[in-house]
Design a protein around this ligand. Structure first.
Ligand SMILES: [Fe+2]
Length: 276
């Protein structure tokens, strides 16, 4: 599996406290079947600024430590960029890192409770630069929990979405788990990641979340979210978001169609909902 979101780099944000913990997290990732981890310290969130050059250096140092400790984890630099008006400029000048430094997609974090004014416009600017925003854990944003309409609009624009494995397993509570299930089953999610912060509780683990998604949908969808699509992004390839919708079981495809009709304002969607 490939994990596109994790705070393993020690001492530069609210993730791993020190090198020993970071190495422990890397061992946990390998034990779980993760072969590539993109290291994504927070950037531009009002607390942490981790410019690209610094993250590249830290990633190279950590890679050396992994080798000297015999830990077979392929680590690549990235960042979790807060969705702020200056983000497109930071990407253009190269001070904000794209996923695996491949200049194909960028991990974008929303505030916890709301969707900021102008969010869609910032995402459009990033898309116009040829970069695909990967929306980090929409199932944990209060406004997107209440309605998936905004997320559906962004996916239609060309954005991608990343669900967190522990949201799917219920470790953040039933409300977030339910939001994760609705988004995954509607075909609105293309990537699962760990968003690991520690070697206890918020650990780099995807296998349990993958198994939950396989039950909600199918093993094919679970594989797309944890292997095929994140590997493509880590290697700088483009992603066809429709392949997830195509792999959904018939019931899920029906729900995705229901959402599309609802967005189009079709009364048929409401009639469908009254039947089910
Ligand atoms: Fe994160």
């Amino acid at each position: 599996m490939v994990d596109l979101h994790g705070h393993l780099l020690p001492g530069i944000d609210d993730g791993a406290k020190d090198l020993a913990q970071a190495l422990n997290m890397a061992r946990q990732a390998v034990a779980d079947g993760i072969v590539i981890s993109v290291l994504t310290p927070h950037h531009l969130n009002g607390v942490y600024r981790n410019p690209a050059r610094h993250v590249r250096e830290q990633c190279a140092n950590f890679c050396s430590e992994l080798r000297s400790h015999g830990i077979a984890l392929d680590v690549r630099p990235g960042s979790e960029c807060h969705l702020v008006p200056e983000l497109p400029a930071a990407l253009a000048e190269g001070s904000a890192l794209t996923i695996a430094d491949r200049k194909r997609a960028v991990l974008v974090e929303l505030p916890v409770h709301s969707v900021p004014l102008g969010a869609t416009s910032i995402l459009e600017d990033i898309l116009a630069m040829g970069l695909r925003p990967l929306i980090a854990h929409p199932e944990r944003n209060g406004e997107l929990i209440a309605t998936t309409e905004k997320l559906a609009e962004w996916i239609e624009m060309g954005c991608l979405a990343q669900v967190t494995a522990q949201s799917c397993t219920g470790q953040f509570g039933p409300q977030i788990q339910d939001a994760a299930r609705r988004m995954v089953c509607a075909g609105l999610v293309q990537v699962m990641a760990s968003d690991a912060h520690r070697d206890r509780r918020r650990i780099p683990q995807l296998s349990r979340g993958r198994d939950v998604v396989a039950q909600w949908t199918s093993p094919d969808v679970a594989r797309l979210l944890t292997e095929d699509i994140p590997r493509g992004l880590a290697d700088g390839q483009d992603v066809d978001a429709d392949q997830v919708r195509g792999a959904l079981p018939a019931r899920g495809r029906g729900f995705a169609g229901w959402l599309r009709r609802l967005r189009a304002g079709s009364g048929a969607a409401l009639e469908d909902s009254q039947r089910s």
